[in-house]
Design a protein around this ligand. Structure first.
Ligand SMILES: [Zn+2]
Length: 436
């Protein structure tokens, strides 16, 4: 009976629609009212002007800063108050050179083969957490041997599944065969799994192809290993790895998608090749010469120099093998950092965390001050300058309306003794308090 069948069909349709509506109405949460938090700051470091202000009130709604002003600013009804009137309040810190995934001190290929990418991912969870709790609300994470684990960690943090800093990730190292970012020391008849050789490229065409493959997998920046590395067996730090043409290919290809290139470079010639090719930053810069420094200033290239971490290499506190400890360069790098500061080269803070234990990143501030920066310049290198290098100064890097509420606080006079940054007492990231 077609009529009866039609009636049943209509009834079923009605039932389906009605049930769906009921489910929807029971599961949809009522729209939550925006959470407003008001922070009273005793001292306030304005990293954009380089001034310290007194008695400021910061209003935060959900993830963003709404206003910053004098103490008598109208305070919204029902706001949660946080009294930091006895503390110094400043923007969340940014480390532009971390490796949250993997262990930079252990480049024995066999160790890398003993661990799956899943093991590496779970191991990175505490690294992310201690970094955030040390006051670093953003990191630029510049490479992992197990490709793309950093992309997964970034996304897990962004979803709120893992506690950690906001991450900008490179996905892998783009490096020559046998280069400073390759997993060296494996017998030639062993084929490494794809994710342990993801960034190996020789010649401009292969470099372009690797950049495209990384972009297709959602990276935020490209990391090229322009010269040899200290922490890689058989690699010579002062020697070029990539040619100018290869680095230029990376810069051009990355630029098409709006991505920047960070160049690991120790040797003087490799640094100049990378600067000429248009990279955004020189990482390490150990053996830079005067010409290289002048070129960096002229091109506006950032120097990201890990001038603290030799304390962990030469003392072996993170378990460094002897051949790594034997590669000297720390004092040269520190003196060259000082020259860069005097010349006015742009500096962004980066520690190579993983060489030293995660969460001790702030120990580098005292070294940047010892080697020529004022405490304010050192703070700016890890806030507004770092945000500018990453390309997001409108989103974070200072405490200003419209930016993410990434806010930390310390006790004591940070401009008299920058080491107070080693003991951050309050951490807020995107309006959420992680340490108080
Ligand atoms: Zn590094």
């Amino acid at each position: 009976m077609p009529n009866r069948a039609f009636a049943i069909f209509v009834w079923l349709l009605y039932l389906a629609a009605h049930t769906e509506a009921q489910v929807a109405s029971t599961t949809a949460a009522p729209p939550s009212a925006p959470v407003t938090t008001v922070i009273r700051a005793g001292k306030f470091i304005d990293v954009e002007t380089g001034k310290v202000l007194a008695n400021q009130v910061i209003v935060v709604r959900d993830k963003k800063i709404v206003s910053v002003g004098e103490g008598d600013t109208a305070i919204p009804n029902g706001a949660m108050m946080i009294d930091l009137s006895h503390m110094t309040v400043m923007p969340g810190l940014i480390d532009c050179h971390t490796h949250l995934v993997g262990d930079a001190t252990d480049t024995d290929p066999v160790s890398e083969l003993r661990k799956t990418s899943a093991v590496r991912a779970f191991e990175s969870i505490p690294n992310a957490k201690v970094t955030l709790l040390a006051g670093f609300t953003t990191v630029r994470d510049v490479g992992t041997y197990r490709a793309l684990v950093d992309v997964a960690l970034r996304d897990a943090i962004a979803r709120g599944d893992v506690i950690g800093p906001r991450m900008f990730v490179a996905g892998a190292y783009i490096t020559i065969t046998g280069g400073g970012g390759a997993l060296n020391g494996v017998a030639p008849d062993i084929t490494l799994p794809w994710d342990l050789r993801f960034g190996v490229a020789d010649g401009p065409d292969e470099v372009r192809q690797r950049v495209r493959a990384l972009e297709a997998n959602g990276v935020d920046l490209i990391k090229v290993i322009a010269t040899g590395a200290f922490l890689s067996h058989g690699s010579i730090p002062s020697t070029d790895d990539f040619t100018y043409d290869e680095i230029r290919a990376a810069v051009e290809e990355a630029g098409k998608k709006g991505l920047r290139v960070a160049a690991h470079a120790h040797g003087a010639d490799g640094i100049k090749n990378a600067v000429r090719a248009g990279v955004a930053s020189i990482e390490h810069g150990t053996f830079i010469d005067d010409e290289g420094l002048r070129m960096m200033k002229e091109h506006g290239t950032y120097l990201v120099a890990d001038i603290y971490d030799d304390e962990c290499i030469s003392t072996g506190i993170n378990g460094m093998p002897a051949d790594f400890q034997a590669k000297q360069g720390a004092e040269t790098q520190r003196q060259n950092f000082k020259k860069a500061v005097l010349l006015g080269v742009k500096i962004a803070f980066g520690t190579d965390a993983s060489v030293c234990p995660h969460g001790t990143n702030a120990k580098q501030f005292a070294y940047q001050v010892k080697y020529g920066q004022t405490p304010m310049q050192a703070i700016q290198s890890a806030t507004i300058n770092a945000a500018t290098l990453i390309g997001k100064p409108e989103e974070f890097g200072s405490i200003a309306p419209g930016k993410y509420a990434d806010i930390i606080a310390v006790s004591g006079d940070v401009l008299a003794d920058v080491r107070v940054l080693e003991h951050v007492a309050f951490v807020m990231k995107e309006g959420k308090i992680y340490k108080q």
